[in-house]
Write a protein that binds this ligand. Structure first.
Ligand code: DX5
Ligand code: ZN
Length: 218
């Protein structure tokens, strides 16, 4: 299994966003991760569908939206219209998770469930079958550059046991933990500061990929 690398633009130079995205695309990224924050579900505030529409024109890579918002439903239609490929909503935010995941799929996008580090994976026992992927948070969402929470590894393993679902890991991902994440079953690694904080983005992506592949083989 080849691990996919999704740089998160949260740590990019937002004043040069199109160039930053083009650079990681050339450097071997598989997807572009978009952290959409509302200032309520998390203390931080980022951007919404209008910016996503502009970014759609800046890359050929799939756009992977991670909704850290208390009310994701009104964003589904606009994100689909903006050309988003994948949308993850938080299990902690969705009262009617089945309906929200179905609306993402009906809008032509791939639905995912995001889960915080403190939330038990048991909560996904039933819902996992309605999602294409589970985004396991390995930091408390809201900010880039935080330290990896190692208990997320057990969550990755537990989710993999629940069914045939892709697991993505998000938060504090670096070459130092990419091997353990891949071995636990993460197929997609989302990395913000480890990619955009590095002067050589190609080397940064390659280092994460190499560590993941070594971890899988170990
Ligand atoms: C955190 C976001 C992450 C973040 C990762 O709330 O969901 O996607 O950008 O950044 P790093 O890799 O720096 O932890
Ligand atoms: Zn994210």
């Amino acid at each position: 299994m080849t691990v996919k690398i999704a740089p998160s633009i949260l740590s990019a130079d937002m004043a040069r966003l199109a160039e930053e995205i083009a650079e990681v695309e050339r450097a071997g990224a598989d997807m572009i991760h978009l952290d959409i924050m509302d200032g309520h579900f998390v203390p931080n505030l980022t951007f919404g569908p209008p910016l996503v529409r502009w970014l759609r024109g800046a890359t050929r890579l799939p756009l992977d939206a991670h909704l850290m918002v208390t009310d994701p439903d009104p964003l589904v239609g606009p994100l689909a219209a903006a050309g988003t490929a994948r949308v993850a909503v938080h299990v902690e935010a969705c009262v009617h998770l089945h309906r929200t995941l179905a609306s993402i799929r009906d809008a032509g996008m791939s639905p995912g469930i995001a889960i915080n580090p403190a939330t038990s994976p048991c909560l996904l026992d039933t819902a996992v079958q309605w999602a294409d992927f589970v985004l396991v948070m390995s930091v408390d969402p809201g900010f880039g550059g935080q330290a990896f929470i190692p208990e997320a590894l057990a969550t990755v393993r537990r989710i993999r046991e629940l069914g045939d679902v892709e697991v993505a890991a998000d938060g504090g991902v670096a070459p130092s933990n990419a091997g353990a994440l891949a071995r636990a079953g993460a197929a997609t690694l989302i990395a913000g500061s480890a990619v955009f904080g590095a002067p050589d983005r190609r080397a940064a992506i390659a280092a994460i990929r190499r560590a993941a592949e070594e971890g899988e083989r170990a």
